[in-house]
Design a protein around this ligand. Structure first.
Ligand code: ADP
Ligand code: ZN
Length: 518
């Protein structure tokens, strides 16, 4: 080990040991080797370039796409007595000149820049004059069109190896899929890089999925169990964010909305207030998060199915950065899958639609999984696990099967009796013996299946019907108001020729246990 590393780690960062992977990456940088660092969010990527920067003779340039993140990191470094600055469009001309002056004097250890700034010819000339010891490319997946966050500005970073052939480049990302990974290595033209592939497991995060019945009520009841702890609720649209924020406020929650429709001042205000615990909850679109550096987020709720496992992992990864138990809760409606399909059918670029669809299907498979969620997640990231985790809803409450033949027969014949012309909710109302005007007008209260299932709740039936759809006994006709139609697979069940096993519906959330130290 490089003799000076541990005292420096202690002195400047206050830590007594390295996290997995950090030490070897730092040694590689000090030896002038290119490197590729894959570590999950919160894994400690920044230290991999911040520590070597202290020992290297010239400046370390950190490329980062996010202004707020830059400022946070630089403030934290300065607070630790490290000579760091940033340049981006938020600085005045005078401020930029001051930074450049320090760069010329050689007193800066770290300089954070946005990619577009780095690639200005004058800036590159300046760097060539003063000399650079290391380039660190944070969020390196932004260079790849395969990644989930492609930024055209990043493409030009390929230039670095041409202009600064002897300066090592460290690429860092938390995006694990192998296509993106290969692309980063290639685009940046890394030379025999030292590669660190970190584990994606976040053992302190409990993964749970709740089937959606009355989502807002489910959410509120979940939030009421959180004892005022900090959390994020992700929604897929701005409209939904605003609507839900209002509902939560009305119910007495200290919540704020965050999405790209707000001005950047408003967004910063919300983010800062959340950091100070002035808000308990942030209801947000995916716009919220990349720069969130708050360690005591206890839960992340997904109100809708995220579009990729990467996004889900990133977003849930914001919980529990302090290592204390935290929870990722996903509200799942199987109908979201059909909605996505229809939405993609309208996509012009069919190839792109196909990629999006495949990635989305993996996410849907996670939500529908009957096996350990962590195993599903880690397998997706190429990290095979043979043992169950013991800290997800499936491990904690293994799904139970029951003989659902009779229930299925009731449901299927009800679909038949209403002429295969009605959707789930109407079928359920008939089964439960409802007296609505629609039912009486249609004479559906005269059907033999009317009231056959009144001993079971609406949500229970919903779960059964969803499973019948899932197993191909029923189909929702998406061209005609999602009416339910019988499929050939329903016949043997209706005739009593086969038995059907289904999962016992989970109508209640997995209750949170008292805080358990990791
Ligand atoms: P990433 O960029 O990978 O998401 P960060 O670099 O922001 O992660 O680090 C996440 C947290 O872990 C930070 O609070 C950081 O100070 C802390 N950290 C990093 N390295 C260590 C270490 N060796 N020991 C303890 N904490 C660390
Ligand atoms: Zn598990």
């Amino acid at each position: 080990m490089h003799a000076d590393l541990l005292p420096l780690l202690k002195q400047h960062f206050g830590y007594s040991e390295f996290r997995s992977g950090q030490h070897a990456v730092i040694e590689a940088a000090l030896a002038g080797q290119d490197s590729f660092v894959l570590m999950p969010t919160g894994g400690g990527k920044s230290l991999c370039y911040q520590l070597p920067a202290l020992l290297l003779p010239q400046v370390t340039i950190v490329v980062s796409p996010l202004m707020s993140l830059m400022k946070d990191q630089v403030d934290a470094l300065k607070a630790n007595g490290i000579a760091a600055e940033f340049v981006n469009s938020s600085l005045s001309r005078e401020q930029v000149l001051q930074v450049f002056a320090r760069l010329r004097q050689g007193t800066l250890k770290l300089l954070y820049v946005a990619p577009e700034r780095l690639l200005q010819p004058q800036f590159l000339d300046r760097l060539q004059d003063v000399g650079v010891s290391l380039f660190a490319i944070d969020e390196a997946h932004c260079i790849s069109q395969w990644g989930h966050d492609f930024r055209p500005d990043y493409m030009a970073l390929a230039l670095l190896k041409q202009r600064f052939a002897s300066v090592p480049v460290m690429a860092l990302t938390a995006t694990a899929d192998s296509a993106t990974r290969q692309d980063i290595l290639q685009q940046l033209n890394l030379q025999q890089p030292y590669v660190h592939l970190g584990s994606f497991d976040r053992p302190n995060i409990r993964y749970t999925v709740q089937e959606k019945f009355r989502p807002t009520e489910q959410l509120i009841s979940y939030l009421q169990q959180q004892d005022g702890a900090s959390g994020i609720v992700y929604c897929s649209s701005r409209r939904k964010v605003d609507e839900l924020t209002e509902q939560l406020k009305q119910r007495g929650f200290n919540a704020a909305a965050y999405h790209a429709g707000l001005s950047s001042d408003e967004r910063n205000q919300v983010q800062d207030a959340f950091k100070r615990d002035d808000y308990q909850l942030i209801v947000a679109t995916v716009a919220f998060g990349m720069g969130v550096n708050k360690s005591n987020i206890r839960f992340v709720v997904h109100f809708e199915l995220p579009r990729t496992i990467e996004a889900y992992y990133q977003e849930t990864g914001r919980a529990g950065r302090d290592g204390v138990p935290a929870e990722a809760m996903l509200l799942f409606d199987p109908a979201d899958i059909g909605r996505m399909k229809r939405w993609l059918d309208n996509e012009e670029n069919q190839q792109r639609a196909e990629v999006t669809w495949q990635r989305f299907l993996a996410m849907a498979a996670f939500a529908e999984a009957q096996t350990c969620r962590r195993q599903v997640l880690l397998n997706y990231f190429g990290e095979a696990r043979q043992t169950r985790c013991g800290n997800c809803d499936i491990c904690l409450q293994p799904p139970q099967q029951f003989n659902a033949t009779e229930l299925a027969q009731k449901a299927l014949s009800c679909v038949y009796r209403v002429g295969q012309s009605f959707g789930m909710h109407h079928v359920i109302e008939v089964l439960r013996g409802g007296h609505s005007q629609k039912i009486t007008e249609l004479g559906h209260d005269k059907l033999s299946t009317w009231g056959l299932g009144k001993d079971l709740s609406h949500d229970y039936w919903l779960s059964i019907l969803r499973q019948l759809i899932h197993f191909g006994l029923l189909q929702q006709d998406i061209t005609a108001h999602s009416v339910l139609k019988l499929q050939p697979a329903a016949r043997p069940v209706l005739r009593g020729e086969t038995e059907l096993m289904l999962a016992v519906p989970r109508l209640q959330s997995v209750k949170r246990e008292p805080e358990r130290r990791a």
